[in-house]
Structures are given as C-alpha cells and as structure tokens.
Design a protein around this ligand. Structure first.
Ligand code: SPV
Ligand code: MG
Length: 669
C-alpha cells in the first residue's frame, strides 16, 4: 500500500499563508503542519511509501519532507502545469508510480483524526470517507450513494448524497480502472476537471464504498477560517487520553501492535497490574512490578505508566477519566466479562468510550505463554514462590490436592467477586487425602515413594507451590532424605507434626492413642532437616499438636518458641474444636513475642472464621485440608448407588459433569 498525496494546488484562498510555501506546510498545531500530521498518521499505520505531486515551491516542499526524518520513501512528481490544470493532471503525471499497488489517495490539505484512517484501512473494499451526520456542503465534495456504493462524486450532486472528503483507499484492481480513465481524460485534453469526473464514468466497474465517519474530524482547509476551526478540533483531538491495562511480564509484537493502535487515539497511559492483582488472576508474575513498569515506560508512544492495584478498573478510571479505554476483544466472554461490563458502566458515567481490537490468537504467543507457565512449574521457580506469596499477600490460602485432576482444580478454579479475582495460592498434599485416595488409613502406611508419585502427578500439570503434609517426618535419619527429595522436586514447605510412634489423624484427638514427641527430640529433627536442605527457599513448618491432645495453651506456646529457635520456618497450630477461641488465643500470644514467623492454620473444625479474620489475628497460611476429597467421594458413592438402584446409567447422568467440561479441564500441551 502506498499513499498518493496531491500537493500541486496553489491554495489561493489561504491569502498570505501560501505566499512562500505550499498550503500543506501550514501549521495546524504547535508541533505539526497539515502535512507532517498526515505523514505521521500514515507512518503509524505502517504506510512507508508516499508519492507526492508538487507544483509551486516544489523544492521547498521536497526539502521539508526529507527534513521530517520520517521512515517514508518519498517519490516527488512535479506537475509542470500546476497553475493551469487540476489534480487529475497531477495524478496523470505520477501515473507510472501508481500502477503496482493498492493506494491511499488524499488531498494535501485534508486534516483527519487517526480513527478515520483506521476505518478506511479496515475496509476490505475500496472506499471513501463520507459523513451521514455532517450537513451537505454547498461547494465541496458530495458522494452519491446507490445500492450501498458510491456512484458519483462531485460538488454538484445533492440527491442521495453525503458530505464526502477526498480521502480514499482504492484497491489495486479498482484503481487501475479509475487510473485508465484518468489517462484517457488527460490524453483527450480534459485536464481541468476533477479526477472524480473520470471515476463517475466508470463507477459501475470501479467499486468504491462509503465509510461513514460521522462526526470524526476529517476536513479540508481552504481558507484561513477553515484553518481556525480545524486547528481547534485538532487541539481537542490531541488532548484525548487513552488508558489500557497490562498484566503481561513479556512484551511481544501483539502487545506492541495494540499499544500502537492505542497511541493513535490519544495520549496513552498504561496501567500495570500490581503483583498481587496479577497473581490473583492469572499466574505469579515472573518479573516483579517495578521491572514490568519499566518495560512499558520504555515503549515509544507510551505517555505515562501507573500502577493498577485491582483487577477492577473502576477506581483508576474514576481517577484518570480517560476518553478511551483500549482492550482486546477477548474479554467479551469468559471470566473477564464482568470486568468489561463494569468498565462500560464507569465510562458511561462521564462519556468515555471502550475501543476493542481483535485479540491475536497467534499460536506463537500461546506457545510463549505456555513456555512461561512451564518455567513457573520448574522446581527452582516453584519452590521459592510460597515464601514470596506470603511476603506479598500477608495471608495465603491452600487447598488439598491428591491427584493430577484435583491439582488442576486447585490450579484453575477462579472466582470473580467485587472486581477482584480469587484463586488458591498453593496446594496442600494432605496425608489424609492421599491415603484415602489410595484406600488406606491415614497412619503413615502410604510410603514416601508412593507419596512422591502423587506429588509428581500434580507437579506435572500445575504451577502453584506445594505444601507437603509430612506426618511425623518419621525417623530423623529418614527425615533428612525426605527433605532433600522434596526440595529437589520443587516442593515449597513440609509440615511435620510433633507426634511419635503410630500416628493417627489429628481429628481423632484423644479418642485414639496418640503420643506427642518431646520438645528436645522434635527440635533435633527440625535441626537435622534444616541442615540437610540445600536451598534457602525450602521451608520446614513445625506443627503443634498440644491443643489436639489437650496438653494446654502453655505447652503449645512453649513448643512454638522452641521449634522456631530450632530453625522452624513456620508454625502450624491445630485444633479440632468448632470454637476458634483457642486458635485465636494461641496466635495472639505467639504474635506478642514473634511477629514474623508465619503461622499456619487448618480450619476444618473452626470453619466459621473468615480469611480476613485470620489475617487480622496474625495468621499467614490457611489450609483447606480435605474439601475436595470430602465432596468428591460422596458424589462418587452416590453415582455408584444410583446405577445399582436403577440398573442403568440414565438417572446418574444428570449428576455427571458433561464430557466436554471434563475435557476442557485438562489443558493440551
Ligand atoms: C491432613 O490433611 O492430612 C492433615 C490435617 O494432617 S488434619 O486432617 O486436620 O489432621
Ligand atoms: Mg495429615
């Protein structure tokens, strides 16, 4: 695609302005002339070849164009009869440069906003800018529309006509038809009419469609009064502000393309999502906020970069009040749909507009994203992320996973609420659920090899950090091997409980015989584990069973401080009471002395407490320890019973997840 800009006219009606230079060099704003504005617009749409017809002051014009240092290859064609002919003859003079491509045809005095050029370029057909809302001009161009197409263009047509501007995109085959007739006109000596007269004769073959630009700025400047009015409009257009939000931590050509489009609409502010907001909605950012912010600050055309703290745009839009919000059209459906609706509502409050561009489904970008995800799943990156999340969020949540599919549920389940997305931060590899899935009791009978197999299944398909339920940790001599293996696999934290002998599930409490380890012996185990680990990331959490075994608050606290002293990276306090009072008491007393060591709770019994309440009290990790198991297996029992009762599967069908949904749960590599 190349542009042909017609600049041979004398521009007499402009008065003194055109005494020393062509009209197109007239200033239209503090930083642009009519021509530089046109050219910059063309460049922003990747049009890099311009054929320009010249007339008077041709060398001034040529020098000016080259001096703009734009990435444009110019071909200047002088119309030697510029003062005796119309631009039909200028096109004729330039014809040999115009036969090989689609063209953008425009007069050198037309001023338009980028959206006009965008609309023209987006049209598949050859087209011309017209306006259905602007009044028909007395003297200027009008286009007659018949059966959806333009049949004639000229100053004297009023019926079925719309105001038209000399800005066209003409596809190659249509252009050859029009150009051939222009040549015929000029060869016959008809050089003083409009090029459009030649079009009008062949409009049945040269198919030009109207593109309705309504109230958008697109106007010719013929007089000093035009200059005044259009300059004022340009000022308005230049003041427009555009906002788009980015959560990405790598920038590819698709992002650049959308940023370039956004820049055409006005001064672009990019909102970079905070680490916390990114982590809550897609995946942990590979690059921290400050670096992501810097990435965008260094992109040409970006005016400002700010932090968007929430996934919801509401706060930031009410503060910035941009004229446009730009987004890909991928959020029309899916989990971002409510966010989009909220954006539309807020924009409506002050008359802003949402501009959506087609989302690029380029497989290359998907592949890049998959690579990033794969990166997050690598042991070294995954292992340290638990600590980072705790530091970042203060309180994190984990849900149990005991298989690849439950891992995927923990990984992918997202809820959008009040403009925020919620996801689990981590997975809990519960001994109870792992044993149950294998049909075995929770008494450390499932050996480590088998438990590691479960970890492997989960790790293969997920990226979130893993907290491993290490039961008692076994013999200290064995525990050190467990620590190293888990660390190597990329597990973030092991929780070991201060029990000894045959371990039973804590929720049995004192109903079964369970023996608590001595403080000294358990501390030795912690120390040995800490010594064995190779990285700084891996965490050993000491789980205190004093409340479960009714040994009292003082015992629990004494153990907590001793275990931290021995090197424990976190403390888990457990209780099987419905009333959370003893948990709150423990955390409050512990926090009075130790304000930093993370505290973990498993609110299976004391399940009325909300995450916010836990956070306020000083808890850092909330583990939902068995809820996929306790909901999943009864559903299976029910299905099995239903089939047996009915001797067929029909009645069971409505309890079943559609096959399509289950397939969608599993990502394809
Ligand atoms: C588990 O999930 O295996 C636990 C937590 O250890 S609890 O069942 O509450 O003891
Ligand atoms: Mg357990």
């Amino acid at each position: 695609m190349k542009a042909i800009i017609l600049n041979s006219g004398v521009g007499q009606r402009m008065g003194a302005i055109t005494d020393t230079q062509p009209k197109c060099m007239t200033e239209i704003s503090s930083d642009n002339t009519i021509l530089s504005r046109q050219l910059k617009n063309l460049v922003s749409f990747d049009i890099d070849e311009v054929v320009m017809t010249t007339g008077y002051y041709n060398s001034v014009l040529e020098e000016y164009c080259e001096g703009l240092h734009l990435p444009i290859k110019f071909t200047f064609v002088n119309n030697p009869l510029y003062d005796k002919t119309n631009y039909i003859y200028s096109i004729y003079c330039a014809r040999e440069h115009l036969k090989d491509d689609d063209i953008i045809l425009l007069h050198g005095d037309v001023v338009f906003e980028p959206l006009v050029l965008e609309a023209i370029l987006e049209s598949k057909h050859s087209c011309m800018a017209v306006s259905s809302t602007q009044p028909l001009p007395e003297k200027d161009f009008k286009a007659v529309i018949e059966k959806g197409r333009i049949s004639r263009v000229g100053v004297n047509f009023f019926e079925n006509a719309m105001a038209a501007q000399p800005l066209y995109k003409i596809n190659h085959e249509d252009w050859l038809i029009w150009l051939e007739n222009i040549e015929r006109f000029c060869n016959e000596g008809r050089r003083n009419c409009y090029a459009e007269d030649a079009f009008n004769e062949v409009s049945d073959r040269c198919k030009i469609y109207p593109v309705d630009i309504k109230e958008m700025l697109c106007a010719e400047i013929d007089t000093p009064q035009d200059l005044k009015t259009v300059s004022a409009r340009v000022k308005e257009v230049n003041k427009r502000r555009v906002y788009m939000c980015c959560s990405t931590d790598f920038i590819h050509s698709g992002h650049i393309a959308i940023i370039r489009k956004a820049c055409r609409l006005g001064r672009l502010t990019i909102g970079v999502l905070s680490d916390e907001a990114v982590a809550s909605y897609k995946r942990f950012p590979l690059i921290p906020f400050d670096e992501r912010k810097r990435l965008f600050e260094n992109i040409a055309g970006v005016d400002k970069v700010v932090e968007q703290q929430k996934l919801s745009y509401t706060d930031i839009l009410r503060t910035l009040k941009p004229d446009y919000v730009v987004h890909g059209d991928d959020w029309v459906s899916g989990f971002q749909k409510p966010i989009r609706e909220e954006v539309i509502t807020v924009l409506d409050e002050y008359g802003g507009r949402l501009v959506e561009y087609p989302y690029s489904n380029n497989p290359k970008y998907k592949q890049m994203d998959a690579l990033q995800r794969a990166e997050l799943a690598m042991p070294d990156l995954r292992r340290g992320r638990l600590r980072k999340l705790i530091d970042m969020k203060g309180l994190i949540t984990a849900i149990e996973a005991h298989s690849g599919i439950t891992g995927l549920i923990a990984e992918k389940t997202t809820v959008l609420q009040d403009g925020k997305t919620y996801q689990f931060d981590a997975m809990w590899l519960s001994s109870l659920c792992d044993s149950t899935a294998k049909g075995k009791p929770d008494i450390e009978v499932v050996d480590m090899t088998s438990r590691f197999r479960t970890i492997d299944d989960i790790m293969e398909v997920t990226t979130k950090p893993i907290i491993f339920d290490g039961d008692t940790g076994g013999q200290t001599e064995h525990f050190v091997y467990t620590v190293r293996s888990l660390e190597r696999m990329g597990v973030s934290m092991i929780i070991i409980e201060d029990k000894i002998g045959l371990k039973k599930n804590s929720l049995f409490g004192t109903e079964v015989k369970q023996e608590q380890d001595t403080i000294e012996h358990f501390c030795e185990k912690i120390k040995a584990g800490k010594k064995a680990q190779k990285t700084k990331d891996f965490m050993i959490c000491a789980r205190i069973e004093s409340l479960i075994l009714e040994k009292g608050m003082d015992d629990a606290l004494e153990r907590a401080f001793a275990f931290v002293e021995a090197g424990a990276d976190a403390i888990m306090i457990h209780s099987r009471k419905k009333d959370p009072a003893e948990i709150f008491e423990f955390v409050t007393k512990f926090r009075a002395t130790d304000s930093t060591t993370p505290v973990v709770v498993v609110p299976t019994s004391f399940n009325t407490v909300t995450e916010d309440e836990f956070k306020a009290c000083g808890v850092n990790v909330v583990i939902y320890a068995n809820h996929l198991t306790r909901t999943g297996f009864p559903a299976m029992q029910n299905a099995a019973r239903t089939i047996l009762e009915h001797h067929r599967a029909k009645e069971c069908d409505e309890m079943c997840m559609p096959i399509k949904e289950i397939i969608n749960l599993i990502p394809e590599e």
